[in-house]
Design a binder for this molecule. Sequence first.
Ligand code: 1GP
Length: 242
Amino acid sequence: MQNKTFNLSKTDRKLAILIDPDKHTEDDLIDFAKKIDQLDPDFILIGGSLIYKSKISTSARLLQSLTKKPLVLFPGHFTQLTDHVDAVMLLSLISGRNADLLIGQHVLAAPKLKNMNAEIISTGYMLIDGGKPNSVSYMSNSQPIPRDKNDIAICTAQAGEMIGMKMIYLDAGSGALKPVPLVMVEAVSKSIDTPLIVGGGIRSIEALDEYWNAGANLVVIGNALEEKDSEIFVTLTQRKSH
Ligand code: 1GP
């Protein structure tokens, strides 16, 4: 087990930045790593539904050498597995009914995972309708949970917890028009004992506070922090420096 582990508890209010390696050349990843240091997130996530331009292992190795933050793989497919991470989110798409993403990919990943030095975090991943079709719903051929169905979200999260998932992740999908409803976050958070991760379409510091207040233990921000002249990046680094 490596030193930089993925610690998350039910009382945490933590921040993760999600990096899509396809959006960066090697050179701008070096610049971005410097920005990440200023931002001081709790974790860095790397991965995506589809990676086609870059080699995830090259980007992960570079990031590991450049930052001290725990690097967590957020894989869209078992072929994204790399040794150059500190932890792996072993995602099960529990909002879907696609057997490949509930057990098939895990079987294919098992031999590699068994020989990796990374911490493995069993995560119940729930896709919530983010106001438009997204890569996850398309690639997984699964339907998101409707935004107004808190009962389905609660029971799905509870079922995931009972099966033995260590984290539940509510995701409206990368670049969602509408992030996960706060009332759903609150309802799900109250209904489970496992830490709750929330992401997808979160773009402001106010929203970040609202999600933490609603019971999210880890908020994941990707697009909004990766954009050039990102407003949330500036406000967050200012807040950190005070
Ligand atoms: C997507 O939750 C993440 O899986 C982050 O989404 O890129 O929209 O912040 P954004």
